[in-house]
Write a protein that binds this ligand. Structure first.
Ligand code: GMT
Length: 386
């Protein structure tokens, strides 16, 4: 198949999933065209089946807000025409789904078929998407998509609850590449950060408010009272300065390492003992899955799709949003007993394996076929590109 993939190129989970999916599809022989405003962060290696098309957004004195959606739509039309795409797969509804709808309509005028699939990732539904500034367009674009997928049962339920959706939503969970995300022998790295008897607590995110990174710091403070440990904070974002300030106020700054955005995240996870994800809302929690794949048990909230990833008392523990004491107690419970910690690590990997890339990839391929067939039946007069 010749597939256009549209995503955010940044460190967010939707961009990561879109890029890893495209790379894996390319390895299976599909021809993949990434369309976005800059090189996706996980698109680091060359493949003959992958092209990247940058969306330029020309500035003009009249534009206070340069219209990215229009530039994106034009690029979708251009790539679909000249690369003869069979379908478009857009990740994150805003603004990708409405741009895809417009591109499809433009191409239909030229008698070219371009069915599109929208994958809902999380905040496009649970936070920004349902804001009344966006809601009517998001509802329309989801209903007009030729296929819609959500990354968890919880997100599917939320989508039906927040929007008037007539379309069927298929749940295709996120995945992890166990070849990349596995525990690696990086003990020298551990030694550089922590003393022999110290445990390593880790959190990775984009430091947005929804991630509640301040709760990570407060939970760590409580862990540290009982267990000698260090906290690794990986990532960056708008809350960074406030988090640093909190570490100073709590007088734990010397035991916290702000590592910034890190690409080889699996190396850091490999030496970590516990992962903390205290999010306000989380449709799936890809970061938790990646941690589990590297044998790191997870202390998370019980919001959104997290219970579909982190299993209570097996791969970690789940608490109510903001319940710092509960999270700290559970973390200490795991960390204080070496045998228990070893068991949780083993369980984490075992459960993560259910989300292995090689299991999820064929599900996407089958879904693409289904959508293509359905769209051919619906629009027999529109020509496919050969
Ligand atoms: O919030 C983020 O970390 C980024 C955001 C995105 O769309 O880029 O993540 C969402 O999609 C991820 C991939 O499907 C999920 O694993 C995250 O749970 C989800 N984030 C939220 O729901 C807050």
């Amino acid at each position: 198949m010749r597939i256009g993939i549209v995503c955010y190129p940044t460190y967010g989970g939707s961009g990561v999933i879109a890029t890893e999916l495209g790379k894996a599809l390319a390895e299976r022989g599909h021809v993949i065209h990434f369309i976005t405003y800059s090189q996706p962060v996980r698109l680091e290696s060359f493949s003959e089946n992958i092209s990247y098309h940058e969306v330029p957004v020309p500035a003009y004195p009249l534009f206070l807000f340069p219209p990215y959606e229009i530039a994106l739509t034009s690029k979708m039309v251009d790539v679909a025409r000249f690369e003869k795409l069979d379908l478009l797969h857009v990740h994150y509804a805003i603004p990708h789904a409405s741009s895809a709808y417009l591109a499809k309509k433009i191409l239909a005028k030229e008698n070219i078929a371009l069915p599109f699939i929208t994958t809902l990732h999380g905040t496009d539904i649970t936070l920004v998407g349902k804001d009344k500034s966006y809601e009517p367009v998001v509802t329309f674009a989801i209903n007009e998509s030729d296929g819609v997928t959500a990354v968890s049962e919880s997100l599917k339920k939320d989508t039906y609850a927040y929007f008037k959706i007539q379309n069927e939503i298929e749940v295709i969970p996120n995945f992890v590449d166990l070849q990349r995300f596995s525990k690696q022998p990086k003990e020298h790295f551990r030694k550089a950060i922590a003393a022999d008897n110290e445990k390593l607590v880790i959190h990775t995110s984009n430091f947005r408010k929804v991630k509640r990174v301040q709760d990570v710091v407060k939970v760590f403070q409580k862990i540290r009272e009982k267990i000698q440990s260090k906290l690794l904070l990986v990532g960056d974002g708008p809350e960074r300065a406030n988090i640093e300030q909190l570490c100073r106020e709590l007088n734990i700054y010397n035991d916290v390492r702000f590592l910034g955005k890190q690409d080889p995240i699996e190396e850091l996870l490999s030496v970590s003992d516990i992962f903390i994800l205290p999010s306000e809302t989380e449709s799936f929690g890809l970061a938790a899955l990646e941690a589990m794949a590297c044998q790191v048990p997870v202390i998370s909230t019980n919001t959104g799709g997290l219970p579909e990833v982190n299993v209570q008392g097996v791969t970690g523990f789940l608490s109510n949003v903001g319940d710092i004491n509960d999270m700290a107690e559970h973390a200490i419970h795991i960390l204080e007993d070496p045998q228990r910690l070893a068991q949780f690590k083993k369980n984490a990997l075992q459960h993560a394996a259910k989300f292995e890339l090689k299991n999820i990839l064929p599900v996407y391929e089958k879904y693409y076929e289904k959508v293509l067939q359905r769209s051919r039946k619906k629009n027999p007069l529109i020509r496919e590109q050969v």
